[in-house]
Write a new protein. Structure first.
Length: 171
């Protein structure tokens, strides 16, 4: 984003509208941390609308000479790269661990604990260790499942790079 903004800045005054739209997109991306595809919820994506506005603004720019024409080609290439990165993030925003695998893992862990518990003496130390062990394993499975979905849950991808990019763009 910073490189895209710098290239727009280097293009000149005719790209100022596109730069303003890029800043608006970035502000919206920071305000709305959900970066997934809203089409699954049958809503139009605000982020996609802002990116489309950037594309329309780029299409309206008329280069005055050959140098600016080459520079505009580079800017459009960076714009398409930005669109590709956004859709890559949308595709990766959903979990990739299949449900049957989780079911098999739970069944396997249940069998292991049942086999250990079958022959174990029934005293408070053994029962306490089973409870502690099962809680630790459940917590580790929960963390793996939570990290599988990067934009939801207590462990999320930081938006600090977006904030840094916005700060640089507003200089």
């Amino acid at each position: 984003m910073i490189i895209f903004d710098r290239t727009l800045r280097g293009y000149g005054e005719s790209a100022q509208d596109t730069r303003n739209r890029l800043v608006t997109y970035l502000e919206h991306a920071i305000e709305s941390p959900y970066r997934g595809d809203e089409a699954l919820q049958h809503r139009n994506s605000e982020a996609a609308k802002y990116l489309d506005d950037i594309g329309k603004s780029l299409a309206a720019i008329k280069p005055p000479d050959r140098y600016h024409e080459t520079m505009l080609q580079d800017i459009r290439q960076q714009y398409h790269s930005l669109i590709e990165q956004r859709w890559r993030i949308v595709e990766q925003s959903e979990g990739a661990i299949p449900g049957p695998l989780i079911g098999m893992l739970v069944a396997w862990l249940t069998l292991i604990f049942a086999s250990f518990g079958y022959r174990a003496p029934r005293n408070s130390m053994v029962i306490g260790m089973f409870i502690v062990s099962s809680m630790l394993i459940a917590a580790s499975v929960y963390l793996v499942l939570d990290m599988d979905v990067p934009f939801h849950g207590p462990i999320q991808i930081s938006d600090e790079p977006l904030r840094r990019a916005l700060a640089v763009m507003q200089l």
